[in-house]
Design a protein around this ligand. Sequence first.
Ligand SMILES: Nc1ncnc2c1ncn2[C@@H]1O[C@H](COP(=O)(O)OP(=O)(O)OP(=O)(O)O)[C@@H](O)[C@H]1O
Ligand SMILES: [Zn+2]
Length: 476
Amino acid sequence: MTGAQLTLYNSLTRSLESFQPLDPEQGVRVYSCGPTVYNYAHLGNLRAYVFTDTLSRVLTWKGYPLTHVINITDVGHLTSDADAGDDKMEAAAKAQAKSIWDIAAHYTAAFKQNIADLNIRQPTRWSVATDHIAEMIDFAEKIAPEHCYELESGLYFDTTSVPDYGRLAGNQDDAAEGRIDPVAGKRHPQDFAIWRKSPEGEQRQMEWDSPWGKGAPGWHLECSVMSIKYLGAPFDIHTGGIDHREIHHPNEIAQNQAFCGCSDTGSHFWMHNNFLVDRQGKMSKSKGGFTTLQSLIDAGVHPLAYRLMCLSAQYRSELEFSAENLAAALTRLKRLVMTVSALKARAEGDGTVPVNWLERLDEAVSDDLNTPKALPALDEMLAEKKLSPVDRLAGLAAFDAVLGLRLLELTREELRVRPANATISAEEIEDRLVERKEARLVKDFQRSDMIRDELTAAGVEVMDGDPLGWDWKPAI
Ligand SMILES: Nc1ncnc2c1ncn2[C@@H]1O[C@H](COP(=O)(O)OP(=O)(O)OP(=O)(O)O)[C@@H](O)[C@H]1O
Ligand SMILES: [Zn+2]
């Protein structure tokens, strides 16, 4: 492999480390914690998958064969990440008076639509938790004798039975401990359920027989089982949002150690994206009041503007979701699309990828996926007069293999998403603007103003003299 050495931040050591695949023959094996499908994914959740997509694109671009697994959590995730509350899926099903299976199918489909809208590549495998119950029971049976104890409410993992519990979390501080809810009989506050028994006399919608009685697997168990099943252990990279660094991933690590009977954590790198925040703090399903990708689309914002907004920040920094940041990303995307379309009009023949610009891209993304450093390099390359238009387009294709913004295909027309409540189509707007231009040519300013007022009333802002030549946009 040529090019810059890939450096990634490993949460385990809290440091940047050179990345090499554990087994170059197999390529790179990546597991990403997937969505809990009890509600629509919000933009914060989706930031986590733009991050894993950037990681996976960079690995592919650097020439590594890749196996990437993302799970779908359709059972076991309680309303608290530790051991308290209801199963999020059961609670949603109750609230909507639907079966859990319908809830899971509906929100899984919506999530996959978000993935497509954001041009996130399909993983090698989507792994659904409820398809792996037998393997989860086998795993639990194997580790139970040495590492677990049974209580009335379920089978619990004894966190003192493995070395260094909580190392990933930077050892549990008081704040993290405060979030762990007490369960009667637990030996240590951090111990967690790997199997939750259905309460006596209560039938859950989702429950399975097990050596510990009818019940359901714990959320942490699911990820250990599915990652090891499809990737082997240890594999290369495990990803998730930074909230998983405190409880979910330390618990996976404890289970993995118990399973292998060794101190290995199960993955070489543990990588975490930081939060998308708004004025209320972390965007969160549980808190409510969150923003979905579909609501942006309904408001007339192209979903790739949100992808570009994510790429404008490095994945380890907090990113603020605001109307201003989103508008800035949309303007940047428009500028790119207009630049590319102007280059296409002047391009002839086949291009050659400009090597020096590829090096700029390589340097940026090899530095812990530093996409905010790659974006200005792209702008500079596109404006580089010494390069022929067709060579600039060849360079753009290389950048976009990593950025995933569909810059070679995206057109001005596609970027113009009409808001869901629009009363006038893009064609009608264009027609009215042609009429307005004609009126102005013959100095009929009254008619020209009348057309502008009509468009304003229909929620369209006419942009005379717009430097991008954008002409109009939805008035937001
Ligand atoms: N605001 C956020 N910013 C970035 N990533 C996030 C944010 N909220 C959750 N994530 C990540 O999104 C991914 C999917 O999470 P999941 O669907 O399990 O969310 P959840 O815990 O049910 O929802 P929430 O945390 O919003 O209540 C996880 O990797 C999680 O860490
Ligand atoms: Zn997980």
